[in-house]
Design a protein around this ligand. Structure first.
Ligand SMILES: Nc1ncnc2c1ncn2[C@@H]1O[C@H](COP(=O)(O)OP(=O)(O)OP(=O)(O)O)[C@@H](O)[C@H]1O
Ligand SMILES: [Mg+2]
Length: 213
């Protein structure tokens, strides 16, 4: 619970100052989709392409974050929400710092993605990395579907836990239909479009215009 004895301490450097220094605006790019849909594979390639274009970009990835910041959390619905809540806060800090964050998290519930969007205060792209369950089960790069099918993993998205498809994402990447290269170029194009087109208010924040539902 939040303490009642805390006061936000304003600084003298604004988000606009940081954006001018970096020559870019911060953006949270939230990749959601089933396990094995391709989120991490696409984010890794997109990070390299964007860095090559001189962009300051950083990847946050589901498993990686669970090695450190969220090593105390499991996969119950409560822990999954806490996982996303912390990540959404971290993404918002990166965004405020002027960095393009590529966040790859299954984030199965619409309310989780909505939370991340609200924290980013409009500088947010929801990207649905789409592949159907059968394709993901066939790919199974980490052998997780096999374990889930045998009951060795509880609360596995798509098998024993729900995945709510995004209703209104800014971008859908169909990884069954399009090659990895195509998916990466669609993503990079959207990021460049968004990072040059959005308008900001005098605190450097854009209004949230595209709700999840
Ligand atoms: N067009 C594509 N885009 C991305 N990945 C693809 C594509 N086509 C096939 N793949 C394959 O799909 C698999 C995706 O695995 P990846 O680890 O990226 O999934 P993920 O969504 O990050 O899963 P998890 O939620 O478990 O971390 C890889 O083996 C990759 O080679
Ligand atoms: Mg991944």
């Amino acid at each position: 619970m939040q303490s009642s004895n805390i006061t936000f301490h304003e600084g003298k450097v604004t988000q606009g100052d940081r954006n001018r220094l970096l020559g870019q605006k911060g953006l949270v790019v939230w990749l959601t989709g089933l396990s094995a849909s391709g989120k991490s594979t696409i984010a890794v390639e997109a990070e390299k392409v964007l860095l090559g274009m001189g962009k300051v970009v950083y990847r946050l990835d589901g498993d990686n974050v669970r090695f450190g910041l969220n090593s105390d959390l499991g996969f119950s619905e409560r822990d999954r929400f806490e996982n996303i809540r912390r990540i959404a806060e971290v993404c918002a800090l990166f965004q405020d710092a002027g960095i393009i964050v590529l966040a790859s998290f299954i984030s199965p519930l619409c309310t989780m993605r909505q939370l991340a969007r609200e924290k980013a205060r409009g500088s947010f792209l929801e990207v649905y990395v789409k592949a159907d369950l059968l394709t993901c089960m066939k790919r199974d790069p980490k052998g997780l579907y096999e374990k889930a099918r045998k009951g060795e993993i509880k609360n596995f998205t798509g098998i024993s836990a729900p995945y709510e498809e995004p209703q209104n994402p800014e971008l859908v990447l169909n990884t069954e239909r399009d090659s990895l290269e195509d998916c990466v170029s669609q993503l990079v194009e959207k990021i460049l479009e968004k990072s040059t087109s959005h308008t900001v208010d005098n605190r450097g924040n854009e209004k949230n215009t595209t709700p999840c539902l």
